[in-house]
Design a protein around this ligand. Structure first.
Ligand code: ATP
Length: 326
């Protein structure tokens, strides 16, 4: 029976990379019925109704206005569906020349996805003074720590690093660390270390190969994800998965990239690799592995790459090259 999947093309380059990804997934032969829905600010009923049935979504980036305007659609989805794990595997692609291409980078980022400074609780105390509430709970911190360690155990990973600023935010980041330590104590075979976020940034740029699995509260996870994407060739590459107990929504790390939207220049690799994660999640292991290998082959050949990774190909030329290898 075909898998029903909610497809949210999104804004900016979203529809272009979503269309490319649908073409590639269809070429794997995996039986999928796409239910296309639009995510508009304040009008997410259709999205939630579809995900209620399908339980699995593939999503392009959605625009979030800066300093004002509507709440982020991503934040709304993650909170409402309890998608507490944001998983972002950051890997070097074969043949792609980056500053670090000699290093076998293979990081896994576990970003808490529902709270922290994304609580959206901000107010003006008096004119000229505003407060934003950083909410850290035992419950959400335990969940993300368990996700990170459980995945690491399954995948035989050797080290988990918790990233924090508990020297300054002693209570909130302190609670996050306490939870990570508690979970770590149940996985004696996995090395557990902690690093303050500013130092983590420096270490990631100077010696990224020392890292394996990272677990972070929401905001540090957002920032470190973009930094890590930069190590392996940029935002056009890195996939992501938002996972809860009942639903999963797969989406790239990148945003709407308005500078290149509508020009056929966007790199669909990040969403295609998100679709690889989705196919594994659906149990379509063969289709997932073949799509992943097809993407790797196009990179290894280095002839049909998009501009962001040093090539000249359009979104659709890259996609056809991937399909050619399926
Ligand atoms: P947001 O604020 O919406 O999360 P972001 O900070 O992740 O967005 P983006 O808009 O995704 O930022 O991307 C920053 C820049 O990276 C873009 O302007 C674009 O030049 C480049 N970029 C991002 N995604 C892609 C892609 N898929 N293909 C090519 N270039 C990309």
């Amino acid at each position: 029976m075909a898998h029903q999947i909610t497809l949210i093309p999104g804004d900016g380059i979203g529809p272009e990379v979503a269309e490319a990804t649908v073409r590639a997934v269809e070429a794997t032969g995996a039986a999928i019925d796409w239910e296309r829905v639009t995510a508009a600010p304040g009008e997410l009923d259709e999205v939630f109704a579809s995900l209620e049935v399908t339980r699995v979504g593939l999503k392009g980036p959605t625009a979030t206005p800066i300093a004002g305007g509507h709440q982020s659609i991503n934040v709304a989805l993650r909170k409402k569906l309890g998608l507490y794990t944001n998983f972002r595997p950051v890997r070097m692609l074969p043949g792609l020349k980056t500053r670090f291409h000699d290093l076998p980078l293979n990081l896994a980022i576990f970003r808490e996805n529902t709270e922290d400074l994304y609580s959206g609780l901000e107010h003006e105390v008096v004119p000229g003074v505003v407060e934003s509430l950083k909410v850290i709970t035992h419950n959400a911190s335990m969940k993300i720590a368990r996700s990170a360690f459980e995945w690491s155990r399954r995948e035989s990973r050797r080290k988990v690093t918790a990233i924090h600023k508990a020297n300054i935010m002693k209570l909130s980041d302190g609670l996050f660390l306490k939870c990570c330590r508690e979970v770590a104590s149940h996985y004696p075979q996995i090395q557990y270390t902690e690093l303050i976020v500013d130092n983590a940034c420096m270490q990631l740029v100077m010696r990224p190969e020392q890292f394996d699995v990272l677990v972070l509260p929401n905001l540090y996870g957002d920032i470190i994800s973009d930094l890590a994407a930069g190590l392996v060739g940029g935002l056009g590459i890195v996939p992501g998965a938002n996972i809860g107990d009942h639903h999963a929504v797969f989406e790239a790390v990148h945003g709407t990239a308005p500078d290149i939207a509508g020009k056929g220049l966007a790199n669909p690799t990040a969403l295609m690799q998100s679709a690889v994660l989705m196919l594994f999640h659906l149990g379509e292991r063969d289709a997932a592995a073949r799509l992943e290998q097809a993407i790797y082959q196009v990179y290894a050949e280095n002839r049909h790459l998009t501009g962001d990774v040093g090539g000249k190909a359009s979104t659709s030329e890259f996609t056809s090259a991937v399909i050619g290898h399926l």
